[in-house]
Design a protein around this ligand. Structure first.
Ligand SMILES: [Zn+2]
Length: 980
């Protein structure tokens, strides 16, 4: 029966539609129902026909979704998802045993906006749909394309040959947007076959998941029919209507095409080559063929994220697919990884899909991790596993510091919750956990288990237990693993990782008297959580870091004391032990001081004996212990740092840079700071020269590019004169000659580092020169912003005072920045530039009568009050009192109160530093006095007259000519928070 809803204009929102319906009918009273589809009915197949005049720029489209529905259990309703679809007309026919169809009378439909449910039900409430029966549900509707990439959306571009605007329509269905395109069972568990038919302008072409089956031309229109898909989830349904062109290549029976706007066609060559190699490599690695005949990759102006893995039709944002002309190695490698991530999804997600979004990590974790593994196999020279450490693992190790933490497997239900599950945990933490077991279960065995799991669940859906059982089955077939006590407990092992929120720390305590080692675990968080943790060992006697399978699992909630003999380890008292080779395990390791000292001796003697990833891991593991002042023996960290002058690998440098920065900030204002800087200069000079002076341009690897910025910051913030010359030259080139280091806007942030470091020690003449340039500049230009933003980094007190006056002074305030922004700069400057702190107090003391007229003064004053060191609290109290009295007398800022002097907030942000200084400063000072060789020459250099550009200094002649190249290569991502 038909319930025509004609009369609704195309744009009427479904909310209105639903209200109208429930008001008129009332047969289905409003009730709170689950947002999940009921299980009584399921789709056997879809025939979807979409007609669009997008070639004319028309955003209206009409659809016919005909769904064959089977009834599992007798029910009074067929429930589908639909959202923002209008003019809905529904006809339901029962398919009889003879195959004929009979229209089912007396059906109506209701809309539930909260669940986005289109509910087909009889007018009277009875079980109209009987178990075992089949129905054909035909739904006609119209809808409007969106401009945002959700559902069916549109974009345009100007065809340069004709100078006309061309329109493109494309889809984004994941995770819950297929319902915006057509009514459907929009949950990944309801897989079905889709026959898609598209009617479009004759000069446009259509592509979809499957190859074209036939095309019919009628007048100005063409109807393209595609082959029927294998069973697949709705979130993978995709099509694009465009006038794009393509290049293609066929290998092993799979045709791959790169689609782009006609003028960009040739830019797809490297993406095509990569795609062909990667699909073949995935087939070989997992032993499962790519199941479709073709795979398209299309470059779109607008895409949801960088790319979307639709089966057989991957959509990309243009810049992530087409070869860029920047010659930027790093970006090219990143784009390759993005493409390979989407290709990996063709198996992980498309062939086998998650039963429900709670297992989104089974898509994203596998695609993320294996994109790196496959890329590494194909292009070992790119060293992408190092990139995995810096781009994925680093974030996963620190995610808990800035994200809401949840387990990898978490139940979600609303659309919003489903969207939110695509986060750092689903991608990066899951990738790290998968990597851990890829290694712990030996790579070959893990991959074989995965292959069998893919074979078993292909064209179907799976949950995590299905996956774990296949891994266990594979382990049981292996001679070695079969004998392990844990081998029957793979579910428990894996669940301890997918259902925990935080991360374990493994405590390794050696007893040197009786040759035993005690292993225990605790969470990085106070929450009580326990894991099954795979361990393996490298020792001074057996420094083999290559074999990464698990030697031992430590069980939840237990302490294991094992003798060296039981562990099969050769170790003497002075030898070192390292746990978690190549840091394939996703956890921190804490050692006792004696073991750390043994490691420090090895690092100084011959650091290359320890794998570079483990050298980095040592510092990654120490960092939180230093930051939380947990270590009793801070000297051992310095013993370990000492070898860094010999460290040529950037992975350890990246970790060490953070710790150095932390220590430097905490030592600010103490007698140890200059000694510490001298120590750091000593460590960083060789690396700085290698990257920025000798410029190992050709052989700077990918990871080098990531860490180059850290080296620059470490060197310049420790006042290394060469670094100061280098950045000052670049800064002056930019400021006075407006020589851009690069034109790419994405590197805008990089200016910030260079400019900030470059203006730290300007002479008066230079400083006022910069001010002059700034005042002459166009105030709406980026150049102007750059200058005003970089000057915050100056270390000169008189320049800082001048700068403050410029921002906040009587005559300048509103000329420079709008008021709240100026005041924000005050607290920003305070936090970012340690040298500015005393100057700011001085400035406030001098100018509070003016400052407190600003409505945002109190807020910013209260913020910086949190950074008052305890010894300055009395002065702070007096100043605060004077300001409060003045404000009261002047009746200013009645709404907001100055921070209370007894408030726990005053000085709160300094507490950690104070604990650090109390506990460590004396020890660090003594260590530095004993260990740091005097470097008197450098001190002179710091205060020498700054070198001007090209004045015959001893820098290589080519430095400035090639600066842009070096900087582009070396400085990638900026983290403004470094100046926090
Ligand atoms: Zn993905």
């Amino acid at each position: 029966m038909i319930t025509p809803l004609s009369g609704f204009a195309g744009l009427v929102l479904v909310v209105a539609l639903a209200l109208a319906l429930s008001g008129v009918d009332g047969s289905l009273p409003t009730r709170d129902r689950s947002l999940r589809l009921p299980n009584e009915t399921y789709p056997l197949g879809y025939e979807l026909h979409i007609s669009s005049n997008i070639h004319l720029g028309s955003l209206l489209f009409s659809g016919n979704a005909t769904i064959d529905v089977a009834i599992r259990q007798s029910t009074n309703e067929i429930v589908l998802h639909a959202k923002n679809l209008s003019d809905i007309q529904i006809t339901v026919r029962q398919v009889t045993y003879s195959g004929s169809m009979e229209v089912v009378d007396d059906l109506i439909h209701t809309y539930n906006p909260q669940a986005a449910f289109l509910i087909i039900h009889p007018r009277e409430n009875y079980q109209a749909f009987e178990a075992g029966q089949r129905y054909r549900v035909e739904i006609l509707y119209t809808a409007i394309m969106r401009s945002r990439p959700m559902g069916l959306y549109w974009m345009d571009y100007v065809d340069e040959s004709t100078n006309r605007t061309a329109y493109v329509a494309a889809t984004q269905s994941e995770p819950t947007y297929a319902r915006l395109i057509f009514p459907c069972y929009d949950e990944p568990g309801f897989k079905s076959n889709f026959s898609i038919r598209l009617t479009h302008g004759i000069n446009h072409s259509a592509i979809s998941n499957m190859p074209v089956k036939e095309m019919q031309h009628h007048g100005e229109l063409t109807t393209t029919l595609f082959e029927t898909t294998p069973p697949m989830s709705t979130y993978l349904v995709a099509f694009v209507i465009s006038d794009f062109e393509h290049i293609s290549e066929t290998y092993r029976g799979v045709t791959q095409r790169i689609y782009s706007s006609p003028r960009s066609k040739e830019k797809g060559q490297s993406a095509l080559k990569n795609a062909v190699r990667t699909v073949a490599a995935m087939e070989d690695y997992f032993g499962v063929s790519y199941p479709l005949q073709k795979l398209d990759h299309i470059a779109l102006k607008k895409n949801y994220g960088a790319a979307m893995e639709n089966w057989g039709l991957i959509t990309f944002k243009e810049g992530n697919l087409l070869q860029q002309d920047t010659g930027d190695v790093h970006k090219r490698v990143k784009d390759k990884i993005t493409q390979n991530h989407e290709i990996a999804h063709q198996w992980f997600g498309n062939l086998v899909s998650p039963e429900w979004w709670s297992y989104a990590w089974m898509n994203e974790g596998f695609a993320t991790y294996f994109a790196y593994v496959i890329t590494d196999l194909l292009y070992p020279e790119d060293k992408v596993m190092d990139m995995f450490v810096s781009d994925e693992a680093d974030r996963a190790y620190s995610y808990n510091s800035f994200f809401e933490v949840r387990p990898m497997t978490s139940y979600v239900e609303t659309e919003k919750e489903i969207m939110a599950i695509f986060d750092i945990i689903t991608y990066k933490r899951a990738a790290c956990v998968i990597k851990m077991f890829h290694h712990a279960f030996r790579q070959k065995i893990f991959v074989r288990g995965i292959s069998r799991y893919l074979e078993k669940y292909k064209y179907s859906v799976a949950n995590e237990l299905n996956l774990f059982d296949y891994l266990q089955a594979e382990l049981l077939e292996d001679e070695y693993f079969r004998q392990q006590p844990w081998v029957h407990r793979v579910r428990e092992i894996m669940l301890s990782w997918t259902h925990s929120e935080w991360m374990p720390i493994v405590l390794v305590t050696r007893n040197y008297e009786n040759d035993t080692i005690t292993f225990s675990q605790r969470s990085i968080h106070s929450k009580s959580e326990h894991w099954w943790i795979p361990l393996n060992f490298a020792t001074a006697q057996e420094p083999c870091f290559e074999d990464t399978q698990a030697d031992l699992f430590i069980l939840p909630q237990t302490q294991h004391s094992l003798t060296l003999a039981e562990l099969n380890l050769q170790l003497t008292g002075r030898d070192w032990l390292i746990v978690n080779k190549q840091q394939t395990g996703f956890y921190h390791v804490h050692y006792d001081s004696d073991n750390l000292r043994a490691i420090a001796r090895q690092l100084q003697h011959n650091h290359s004996l320890i794998h570079p990833v483990n050298r980095a891991a040592l510092f990654r593991d120490l960092k939180p212990q230093v930051e939380h002042t947990e270590l009793e023996d801070i000297e051992v960290v310095f013993d370990m740092l000492k070898y860094m002058e010999l460290e040529e690998d950037l992975l350890p440098w990246k970790q060490v840079a953070d710790t150095i920065d932390f220590v430097r900030r905490n030592l600010f204002g103490t007698a140890s700071l200059e000694l510490f800087n001298e120590f750091v200069r000593h460590l960083v000079t060789p690396m700085f020269r290698r990257l920025f002076r000798d410029k190992a341009s050709g052989d700077v690897s990918n990871s080098a590019l990531e860490a180059g910025q850290e080296i620059l910051l470490t060197a310049c913030l420790a006042d290394l004169p060469e670094c100061q010359d280098y950045t000052r030259s670049l800064a002056k080139e930019y400021i006075f000659k407006k020589v851009n280091v690069t034109n790419e806007s994405e590197y805008y942030a990089m200016y910030d580092t260079i400019l900030c470091l470059g203006v730290r020690y300007l002479s008066d003449k230079e400083f006022y020169g910069v001010i002059g340039m700034m005042q002459a500049a166009d105030r709406s230009s980026i150049y102007y912003d750059d200058l005003i933003y970089s000057l915050r980094c100056t270390q000169s007190h008189s320049h800082l005072l001048y700068y403050l006056d410029l921002l906040l002074g009587e005559n300048s305030t509103h000329q420079i920045l709008s008021d709240p922004e100026s005041m924000m700069y005050l607290s920003y400057l305070y936090k970012s530039n340690m040298e500015a702190r005393s100057v700011i107090w001085q400035y406030i003391d001098r100018s509070y009568k003016l400052l407190c007229r600003s409505p945002s003064f109190v807020e910013n004053f209260n913020q910086i009050a949190e950074f008052v060191p305890r010894q300055q609290t009395p002065q702070f109290a007096m100043l605060r009192q004077r300001i409060a009295r003045y404000m009261e007398a002047q009746s200013l800022n009645a709404g907001e109160a100055l921070i209370d002097i007894d408030s726990g907030l005053v000085g709160k942000k300094m507490k950690n530093t104070e604990v650090f200084v109390d506990k460590y400063e004396h020890k660090i000072h003594n260590w530095l006095i004993a260990e740091v060789p005097p470097m008197s020459v450098q001190n002179e250099a710091i205060h020498s007259e700054p070198l001007s550009v090209g004045n015959g200094s001893n820098r290589p002649q080519s430095l400035l000519n090639t600066a842009s190249e070096v900087v582009q290569k070396a400085l990638r991502s900026i983290d403004r928070s470094l100046y926090r």
